[in-house]
Design a protein around this ligand. Structure first.
Ligand code: NAP
Length: 277
């Protein structure tokens, strides 16, 4: 494969829909950094070859997305504690000649929760896939949450994830109504409600929210999912996936450039992108 002459990459398959090139290139251009970010569609073991090109000089690092977040781990010299705990890498960088694997989804997820009071709250995470792992680690080890229910269509799978991460308790969708009644925070990490299936919701209409609860949907297209519209109507505080998307990118950006991402400029570029789409 011929690798592009860019300085930061996204390694994934597929990658054509990704907003990461827009986010990072907007920030690079605004700060006049003379750097370029490119998405590389790599399959299978090709991801390992791509990683050998990350030298910390010409290629500063990479983001990693589906399906490679776990597959890249053996190709790296070291993992940060966060990446080890999540069991997945979304950011590669070079430190003292060593290729490091980190996970900025944890920090990105927590960023919009900074102003929400959740002390002692019971929490629900819907879906036991890749993003749920970062969310569980963030809630348990970042916020110190004690009662987290991991709701899955496959309770055995949820049990395995909870055992591996040493946090949360598995639950089924049959228990959802009772769990929502008691919850302070509900997080959707399933793709249900994502464009183009915008009329779907992971929570049935008969289950209601109320003021004092926070509903956080990781989906960012659309910006307000059916789940969030309902939660908002019923008085809950709602958070969409875009702040997390930007915050996890800003954390990678800072690692590669030691500079703060100009978040308002990036938000404006994304807004412009969504209006044109
Ligand atoms: P994933 O690994 O495929 O996991 C998604 C999980 O959702 C699945 O493991 C499954 O869990 C559940 N699920 C899938 N289809 C379902 C259905 N039809 N009904 C009910 N549950 C279903 O994907 P991911 O990487 O975790 O991403 C999940 C979502 O989060 C996507 O929409 C993605 O765009 C979003 N995301 C956003 C950000 C951000 O920065 N905002 C970051 C990462 C991901 P069970 O089998 O356990 O039910």
């Amino acid at each position: 494969m011929v690798y592009p002459t860019s300085n930061c990459w996204l390694l994934g398959h597929p990658v054509s829909h990704s907003l990461s090139p827009l986010i990072h290139n907007t920030a690079f251009n605004y700060l006049n950094l003379q750097l370029q970010y490119a998405a590389l569609d790599v399959e299978g073991l090709e991801v390992g070859n791509a990683i050998t090109q990350i030298d910390g000089k010409k290629v500063l690092g990479a983001n990693v997305t589906i399906p490679h977040k776990q597959a890249v781990m053996p190709f790296l010299d070291e993992l940060t504690e966060v990446a080890k705990r999540v069991g997945a890498v979304n950011t590669i960088y070079v430190e003292e000649g060593r290729r490091m694997g980190h996970n900025t989804d944890v920090e990105g997820f927590l960023s919009p929760l900074k102003t929400v009071g959740l002390e002692g709250a019971e929490m629900i995470v819907l879906g036991a896939g890749g993003a749920a792992r970062a969310v569980l680690v963030a809630l348990s080890y970042g916020l110190g949450a004690k009662q987290i229910s991991l709701v899955s269509r496959d309770v055995d799978k949820a049990q395995r994830v909870c055992d591996e991460l040493e946090c949360g308790s598995p639950a089924s969708y049959d228990q959802l109504a009772k769990l929502v009644e008691r919850a302070g925070l509900v997080v959707n990490t399933t793709p249900v409600g994502m464009h183009p299936h915008v009329d779907e919701s992971p929570i049935p209409d008969g289950i209601h929210f109320r003021a004092g609860q926070t509903v956080y949907d990781l989906i960012y297209a659309p910006r307000r999912t059916r789940l969030l519209k309902k939660a908002e109507r019923e008085g809950a505080t709602v958070i969409g996936g875009l702040p997390m998307l930007i915050a996890q990118a800003a954390a990678s950006f800072k690692i590669w450039t030691q500079q703060e991402m100009p978040v308002e400029i990036v938000e404006a570029a994304l807004q412009d992108h969504f209006e044109k789409a």
